[in-house]
Design a protein around this ligand. Structure first.
Ligand code: S3P
Length: 173
């Protein structure tokens, strides 16, 4: 396989966890995360970028990351920030997989995590639950529209989802 797998979906749905499981099951793949890439590039935490440079500057960094990935990367599983689906060339980076869950499931997943406080603190757009819910409502259709594959993540384990996705994409584990 030469194309990348791009995991999109709302904050806290488990994109990073699925990416790590995919590379565990398929050693030929390598995991990247767009938020981590932006933090390395700028040597600044996402939270700080939002607070000092502002959201439009962060979105521009996401577009720069998308352009670089499209040109330079293959055979990677790329987990993305929840707003990355808006980059203009997303489908040229790889197969777009949408991790689908309803808002309450996502909220419970975050709140039940052992490091829930940390998970919330690092996400500037998840400081207020009602605002986060409104953001979810404004996005969920667009996620589905841009995706090649939609994965309901609410009924299966991360290991089962990874196995299923690898089979579907015919990637050997
Ligand atoms: C964002 C999601 C975050 C991060 C930034 C903005 C969003 O990533 O990119 O805080 O717009 O949904 P996660 O989806 O990993 O939380």
């Amino acid at each position: 396989m030469s194309r990348n797998i791009l995991l999109i979906g709302f904050m806290g749905v488990g994109k990073g966890a699925l990416a790590r499981e995919l590379v565990r099951q398929a050693p030929a793949l390598y995991a990247l995360d767009t938020d981590d890439m932006i933090e390395s590039l700028t040597n600044t935490r996402i939270k700080k970028i939002f607070a000092t440079a502002g959201e439009p500057a962060f979105r521009a960094l996401e577009q720069k990351t998308a352009d670089w990935l499209a040109k330079n990367v293959q055979n990677a599983v790329i987990s993305t920030g929840g707003g990355f689906y808006k980059v203009k060339n997303i489908r040229s980076i790889g197969t777009v997989v949408y991790l689908k869950a309803d808002f309450q499931w996502i909220l419970d997943r975050i709140l039940n995590a052992p490091n829930a406080k940390k998970k919330l603190k690092k996400r500037p757009l998840f400081q207020d639950v009602d605002k986060a819910r409104a953001l979810y409502e404004s996005r969920y259709e667009a996620y589905e529209e841009v995706a090649d594959i939609v994965l309901d993540v609410t009924k299966k384990s991360t290991a089962e989802l990874a196995k299923e996705l690898l089979e579907r994409l015919e990637i050997s584990s």
